[in-house]
Design a protein around this ligand. Structure first.
Ligand code: UD1
Ligand code: PEP
Length: 442
């Protein structure tokens, strides 16, 4: 049994969509609530699967969670925190990467954590070695079990001098969520500095944490014995914004993204302008459209913030398939983020994948057999086809290509989209897409 979305291509998307809080912040702020001795409130919450997963995990641990979906507010009271049943945690983890971030808060509160094998997008191996190594350096004992990882804190966790081999977003968050209540000072070098990390720091600061972001990717955290609650409006989802902006470009439409925040999108907006898109920034959002008749080819490398984010890459490749000439994209964050191009090629796109680094950003994947550079020639006429959604952004890209294609496409596995795009079908219909929303088929 699976859900099928039918897409009749060829209609420009026009109108308004609203983006709310970031998928890459809200679930993490929810985990932070476990560290407090008082209730917390997170506002601007989107209705996405990752929020549901964390809601389930918090409730499993005895946290009272009340979610007002219409208002986009979640109230969390951790005062009844209890030891969890490991088997049940397993059932909840499948779709998300967030459970790994429960380690620090659970060690501080109940002394141990069992972390099931993680979900999230299959865009590379996505190991958790940096997470486990920093936890060991705080004094945790880590043991690998067949279905996950068991982590214990036999003594109080102690601040440490840490350095990440690569500015991992998740590992930086792991350090923040652990160091804030560890004894003494933690210094993290090589930290990620994405806007969502700064927002998590704002959440923790509201709870009473002392965190200094220094120059050169260094973060210094002075541990405190107790934290209170917080009341925080999450920053908006810049990745959803970039996706809808690209939809305007690909379908030759005109989309006003209410809630789009220029400050967090500088690198994206530069590329958007270079490819031939136009935009107009207002106080409450950004309007996106195609500037001229043709799109321009580009040479592009994904990178950690403040570079061009990897999550923007997949939709942009669809736009590049419509540009006049040859584009090159070098993916330097994940080793396997071009699998989604198979379906685009079946639709008529001209894309060749290469193992070599086609760019100058230092990359961990060169000479290691990963197809992590793409050469895209355009413009290609796209024709509708059937496809299965491979991952969140790859799925958005397939739907986008289908919307621009001639004829009809059928997408299965569309539920994956709910991990990061709230009210996806409503938004597509509101923008005038010609779609038949899922019916169950055998
Ligand atoms: C829920 C969430 O916030 N997801 C985002 C987060 O993912 P996530 O936090 O999982 O991504 P990371 O920044 O940790 O990963 C970056 C790179 O580091 C590697 N790595 C990471 C940890 C580790 O222990 N060992 C290791 O080798 C990964 O395999 C990857 O190649 O940041 C990514 C990079 O901006 C985004 O694409 C994701 O949307
Ligand atoms: C890779 C992504 O998310 P996650 O880390 O949750 O899999 C994404 O949002 O594109």
């Amino acid at each position: 049994m699976s859900n099928v979305l039918t897409i009749h291509g060829g209609k420009p998307l026009k109108g308004k969509v609203t983006v709310r809080g970031a998928k890459n912040l809200v679930p993490k702020a929810m985990v932070a609530a476990l560290l407090g001795s008082k209730p917390s409130v997170i506002r601007n919450v989107p209705e996405i699967k990752d929020v549901e997963v964390v809601t389930g995990l918090l409730r499993l641990h005895g946290v009272v969670v009340e979610h007002d979906k219409e208002a986009g507010e979640i109230y969390m009271d951790p005062s009844g925190l209890k030891t969890a049943n490991n088997a049940e945690i397993d059932a909840f983890a499948g779709d998300s990467r967030i459970p790994i971030l429960f380690c620090g808060p659970l060690m501080h509160t109940i002394g141990a954590a069992f972390i099931p094998d993680l979900g999230g997008c299959k865009i590379g191996d996505r190991p958790i070695d940096y997470h486990l190594e920093v936890l060991r350096q705080f004094g945790a004992e880590v043991s690998k079990e067949p279905t996950g990882t068991y982590i214990r804190a036999p003594h109080r966790l102690t601040g440490a001098k840490l350095e990440l081999p690569y500015p991992s977003v998740g590992a930086t968050e792991q350090v923040l969520l652990t160091a804030v209540r560890a004894d003494g000072i933690t210094e993290l070098k090589g930290a990620a500095v994405e806007p969502e990390i700064h927002d998590l720091i704002h959440v923790l600061q509201k709870m009473g944490a002392i965190i200094t972001v220094q120059t050169d990717r260094t973060i210094r955290i002075e541990g405190v014995p107790e934290l209170g609650g917080y009341n925080h409006a999450a920053l908006n989802d810049r990745n959803e914004t970039a996706s809808w902006a690209t939809a305007a470009l690909v379908t030759d439409g005109d989309i006003y993204v209410e809630g789009a925040t220029q400050r967090d999108l500088t690198a994206f907006l530069n590329v958007y302008r270079k490819i031939g898109g136009d935009f107009e920034v207002s106080d409450s959002g950004i309007r996106f459209w195609r500037g001229g008749a043709d799109l321009n080819p580009l040479v592009l490398e994904t990178d950690v913030h403040p570079g061009f984010m990897t999550d923007w890459q997949q939709p942009l490749v669809v736009a590049l398939s419509q540009a006049e000439g040859v584009s090159i994209v070098h993916e330097t964050v994940y080793e396997d983020r071009f699998g989604f191009t198979d379906a685009l090629i079946r639709m008529g796109a001209s894309i060749q994948l290469h193992r070599e680094c086609l760019g100058s950003v230092p990359c961990r994947f060169g000479q290691r057999n990963f197809l992590h550079s793409a050469v895209i020639s355009g413009p290609a006429e796209l024709t509708g086809t059937d496809f299965t959604i491979p991952d969140l952004r790859g799925g958005f890209s397939h739907v986008l290509a289908a919307l621009a294609a001639k004829g009809t496409s059928r997408a299965t596995g569309i539920d994956v989209i709910n991990r990061g795009y709230e009210k996806f079908f409503d938004k597509l219909e509101g923008l005038g897409a010609d779609i038949e929303i899922p019916v169950k088929v055998n």
